[in-house]
Ligand binder design. Structure first.
Ligand SMILES: NC(=O)c1ccc[n+]([C@@H]2O[C@H](COP(=O)([O-])OP(=O)(O)OC[C@H]3O[C@@H](n4cnc5c(N)ncnc54)[C@H](O)[C@@H]3O)[C@@H](O)[C@H]2O)c1
Ligand SMILES: Nc1nc(=O)c(N)c(NC[C@H](O)[C@H](O)[C@H](O)COP(=O)(O)O)[nH]1
Length: 216
């Protein structure tokens, strides 16, 4: 069957207790070896997608720098178009193609600020970004594969709509606790295990103190 949307791989590092960051938002969980593995995976993807909070918290580059390889297109979900133009992703948009997906709720002022940079602003949805609509657009733009790099809120949006095809999770040797610390998948959650997304474990690799789990 020919798919009408990109293939989506959810990727993250988690603590042993399933968190993707501490209560203060510190997400430096991966070892250097894991970052090298992640960047190799990034270089094989057409695009990387994250939610706005990950940009605010981590100010990531979302590029390939620990290995040689091509940079994927970067996509940020940001309903209101509030991402600061001082963020690394906007500041480096001259070098790496960058898409900001917003809804019709984004203010003219925010859109005008973004328009000062060579970012592609895509309006897809009334209040939030309608993921299926955005994915259709990306598919037309020849984006066949997306690495979904969180955070937990964005992961839930994709999981709850049946839009995750694979999961690659690095289990790191930390117990961080905190009932408000973000977990791999946030949102309302499924009520029943029988309704939740069930995957098949297809590969495990060990990197010293970490395990990388591959599910599809
Ligand atoms: N350990 C890891 O692998 C990893 C990976 C990514 C992020 N993180 C951490 O996760 C935390 C952030 O996670 P989070 O759950 O707070 O936020 P998030 O990064 O998922 O961003 C959520 C925001 O993205 C936007 N968004 C999401 N879905 C949208 C949609 N459908 N339409 C429009 N906008 C949408 C909204 O503004 C929403 O508030 C940070 O602390 C970050 O460090 C960790
Ligand atoms: N595999 C993985 N291990 C981590 O320890 C971690 N924090 C992330 N998190 C993904 C998230 O998107 C981060 O913001 C980027 O990993 C930072 O991205 P850059 O290095 O600046 O490209 N992913």
């Amino acid at each position: 069957m020919v798919s009408s949307r990109p293939h989506i791989i959810l990727s993250a590092a988690i603590s042993l207790d399933g968190k993707i960051a501490t209560i203060t938002g510190d997400s430096a969980l991966s070892s250097k070896k894991d970052k090298i593995r992640l960047h190799r995976l990034r270089s094989q993807m057409d695009a990387i997608l994250v939610g706005k909070n990950t940009i605010l918290q981590d100010n990531p580059m979302l590029n390939v720098r620990y290995v040689k390889g091509k940079n994927p297109i970067r996509i940020v979900l940001d309903s209101l178009g509030q991402i600061p133009t001082s963020s690394k992703i906007i500041q480096s948009s001259h070098q790496i193609p960058t898409i900001i997906a917003v809804s019709k709720k984004a203010s003219k002022k925010n859109l005008a600020n973004l328009a000062k940079f060579p970012v592609d602003v895509v309006i897809a949805g009334q209040n939030k970004v309608e993921l299926k609509r955005l994915l259709r657009f990306l598919h037309h733009k020849k984006i066949k594969t997306i690495l979904l790099e969180g955070g937990g809120t964005t992961n839930w949006d994709f999981v709850s709509q049946g839009l995750v095809d694979e999961v690659v999770v690095t289990v790191t040797p930390y117990l961080v606790g905190g009932n408000k610390a973000k977990t791999l998948v946030e949102g309302d959650g499924f009520s029943k295990i029988s309704q939740s997304l069930r995957l098949n474990l297809c590969k495990i690799t060990r990197q010293n103190n970490e395990l990388v789990l591959y599910y599809n």
